[in-house]
Design a protein around this ligand. Structure first.
Ligand SMILES: Cc1cc2nc3c(=O)[nH]c(=O)nc-3n(C[C@H](O)[C@H](O)[C@H](O)COP(=O)(O)O)c2cc1C
Length: 310
């Protein structure tokens, strides 16, 4: 998620679950090919398994960026076909590509030919008036023929004119039945459902219909829900980490990053929701928001916030 799932956020989320697959923000091919790829692709080995999401529409550029991603150690390369923002539309990628299946198929083939790691696609269920199930089926089937075996489907269509990206995440209705049907009709594909899932109970119920669930906003705002994922979804019987334990686990990372020149606020902003829903949540959030951005702020801010929670 843009501006959210940067490397600090992913490192933090990884402390909560060893097994869930984490995704980068969307990185555009033009940024990657014209900026310093080392900086854009940098991540900590502890983040594995982690997928790199690319935005682009030129097969050769996407192939090159997929190669860069694989070389940097990403476990999966994902193509964004769901973003409806004006900026992304004017760059001619994201959700508007759902109207161009042949172009996307060429992109997918170029990417899968370029790398050995899996290539996945993140898509909507349709765009604008192209919103029938048949259209979605044909689109996914075409990309499967082009070499893609995993589809993450945000179960809303995108409306390209007149809605902001934020509105496009809430106004078009969720149609989970499209995603379930896709799995029934194309059982050999890995179909991951996304959109509006806010608890592990809901996620588990969805797993009766599909192969996986992607959680976005809820996982960011209420990250501690991920602490149950290993036990409930991946049958890993390790003891549940406590919230305070997660904070302690973050400290060596934070010290390292501060020494490398990072400012505390860039890390703590992703940790604000850790105590969501329990007493002390406000005190935690207030301490971090107030003292985190201070010049030279260090781990003492975090320890003080932890004390304020107790
Ligand atoms: C701030 C923000 C940034 C997002 N950026 C991306 C992105 O870079 N790539 C992407 O595929 N989806 C992006 N999304 C969409 C989410 O991945 C997800 O599809 C959407 O929020 C619906 O899932 P949810 O209801 O679990 O949040 C973004 C969402 C938010 C809130």
């Amino acid at each position: 998620m843009m501006e959210w799932t940067d490397r600090h956020c992913r490192y933090f989320l990884r402390q909560l679950s060893h097994h869930c697959l984490l995704y980068t923000e969307m990185v555009t091919t033009s940024a990657l090919l014209h900026a310093d790829p080392g900086r854009l692709l940098q991540f900590d080995p502890a983040e594995h398994p982690v997928a790199l999401q690319l935005g682009g529409s030129q097969p050769d550029e996407l192939a090159e960026c997929a190669r860069l991603g694989e070389k940097h150690g990403y476990d999966e390369i994902n193509l964004n076909l769901g973003c409806p923002s004006d900026r992304v539309q004017s760059g001619h990628f994201g959700a508007c590509l759902m109207a161009e299946p042949e172009r996307v198929a060429a992109c997918v083939t170029a990417m899968t030919d370029a790398v050995a790691v899996p290539v996945s696609v993140k898509t909507r269920i349709g765009v604008d008036s192209q919103d029938s199930y048949e259209h979605l089926y044909q689109f996914v089937d075409r990309l499967a023929q082009a070499g893609c075996g995993t589809f993450i489907v945000h179960a809303r269509k995108a409306i390209l004119k007149g809605l902001s990206p934020r509105e496009n995440r809430s106004i078009p209705p969720l149609r989970y039945e499209y995603v379930y049907r896709l799995k029934q009709d194309l059982p050999e594909l890995e179909i991951i459902l996304n959109g509006g899932v806010t608890s592990l109970d809901e996620a588990e119920a969805q797993l009766a219909h599909v192969d996986g669930v992607m959680m976005g906003r809820e996982a960011y705002h209420n990250p501690y829900l991920l602490a149950d994922v290993d036990g409930r979804i991946f049958n890993d019987s390790r003891a549940l980490p406590t919230r305070a334990g997660i904070v302690q686990q973050m400290l060596p990372y934070i010290v390292r990053e501060l020494q490398a020149g990072c400012e505390l606020k860039h890390i703590t902003r992703h940790m604000l929701g850790l105590f969501q829903g329990i007493p002390g949540a406000r005190a935690w959030r207030r301490q971090l928001s107030h003292y985190g951005p201070g010049a030279g702020a260090g781990t003492e801010v975090i320890l003080a916030a932890l004390e304020a929670v107790a």
